[in-house]
Design a protein around this ligand. Structure first.
Ligand code: FES
Length: 251
């Protein structure tokens, strides 16, 4: 099938982005979306042109490296009606002959464009560094059953820990809010018994870093949850707000 790509190209953070049109006349429906870009890049390199830069690593939907906007939605969410799909897991049988696709990077002040479709998401790393740890005693590893964790609590922690930090939540929010991401990271430790000693400090430090990085506030429109490839619930934002409020009230 034939696919027309319009890709946002820019050589660096200070360059002005422009949409460049590429025709892919022989796309195989079994290709993944990123494989189609690989083929495009091979052809560009053969012609002596600059290949399109895009982030990727596992290509299995688990690392969170990939991600860009396809026709206005993060990870091409509209082409995966079942949801929970990263762009590396999107395959070309979802598209039709003659489709025109506009590819753009995540757009947020806190995610400066590195080149073409790749953005710098180190702001997420700095948020995690501010509080993503727990106190542990040194010495031998503790018995795995020494601290019993109720099933509903461990399930909730695992639901939060599913976040792969791809940044689709930020890209889909008109305030470029990172609250879904930050709330998942705060909650996956904060709900467990092992995460209680730093629960207040963690909530305050991570929220402060989120604000310092320039992310906006929640719009309450749930666009983040709709595009999240791991189905992280906005309920975690309520939990984060409660943790933050409680930590302030205890001061
Ligand atoms: S490349 Fe790892 S989630 Fe897409």
């Amino acid at each position: 099938m034939k696919i027309i790509l319009h890709i946002s190209r820019q050589s660096g953070p200070d360059d002005k982005a422009k949409m460049v049109r590429y025709e892919m006349p022989d796309v195989d429906e079994h290709w993944s979306f990123l494989e189609m870009l690989d083929v495009l890049n091979e052809r560009l390199i053969e012609k002596g042109e600059d290949p399109v830069t895009f982030d990727h690593d596992c290509r299995e939907g688990i690392c969170g490296s990939c991600g860009f906007v396809i026709n206005g939605l993060a990870h091409g969410r509209q082409y995966a009606p079942e949801g929970r799909t990263t762009v590396c897991q999107l395959h070309m049988h979802r598209f039709s002959d003659g489709d025109e696709l506009y590819l753009e990077p995540w757009r947020a002040k806190a995610f400066p464009v590195v080149k073409d479709l790749m953005v710098d998401r180190s702001a997420f790393d700095r948020v995690i560094q501010k509080g993503g740890y727990i106190s542990v005693s040194t010495g031998n590893a503790p018995d795995g059953n020494a601290i019993p964790v109720p099933k509903d609590i461990s399930d909730e922690a695992m639901n939060a820990a599913e976040c792969i930090g791809c940044g689709a939540c930020v890209a889909s929010c008109k305030n470029a809010s990172a609250m879904l991401f930050v709330s998942a990271k705060i909650s996956h430790l904060g709900v467990l018994p092992q995460g209680q000693p730093e629960r207040d400090k963690r909530a305050q430090a991570m929220v402060a870093q989120m604000d310092d990085e320039g992310f906006g506030n929640c719009t309450n429109q749930y666009e983040c949850e709709a595009v999240c490839p791991k189905g992280i619930s906005v309920n975690f934002i309520s939990r984060m707000n409660a943790d933050y409020r409680n930590s302030i009230n205890k001061k």
